[in-house]
Design a protein around this ligand. Sequence first.
Ligand code: ADP
Length: 164
Amino acid sequence: MSIAICPGSFDPITLGHLNIIRRTAQIFDEVVVVIMQNSTKKSPMFTVEERVEMVRKATERYGNVKVDSSDILLAEYARQYEGAVIVKGLRAASDFEYEFQMNLINKQIRPELETMFLTASGKYTFLSSSVVREMAMYGADLTGLVPNELIDMIKEKAKVWRNK
Ligand code: ADP
């Protein structure tokens, strides 16, 4: 059975992330989306539990996607899935540089662990979680940026953040 691991901070999940997850789910038998807590990104908007819940809601229609979280290094986390491949999305040259570096670290720890990249869909190359957070903070319309079923939850959270 082929297994893919899609890691990220997903703070929050966007339609760009979902596009990568959906395409990965068409290629692999099983996909594990893992919310990484050991990211260098400080003070996330959503708790890990909230991010897991949002990714679950957004992916429940796919039969072969499960959601997990981790606070250990990705290469160590991936050990539990034998033969698993890491799949990531690439938007721009800046993504490439960062991902190339991450891949070197993973290879240092586990040389047999492979990473594959899917190029971002044209309409989502501009889209990132930080763009969504910024727009939500200004009360902008999030339609077309995040899954519809998550819009209210993101708006509510942004309201709390605005009043902090
Ligand atoms: P972000 O950079 O938005 O905070 P994450 O750290 O959660 O995203 O990224 C998880 C993965 O999703 C990374 O491989 C990243 O390149 C990819 N990704 C993020 N946004 C998009 C997008 N709009 N299209 C394709 N891939 C994306």
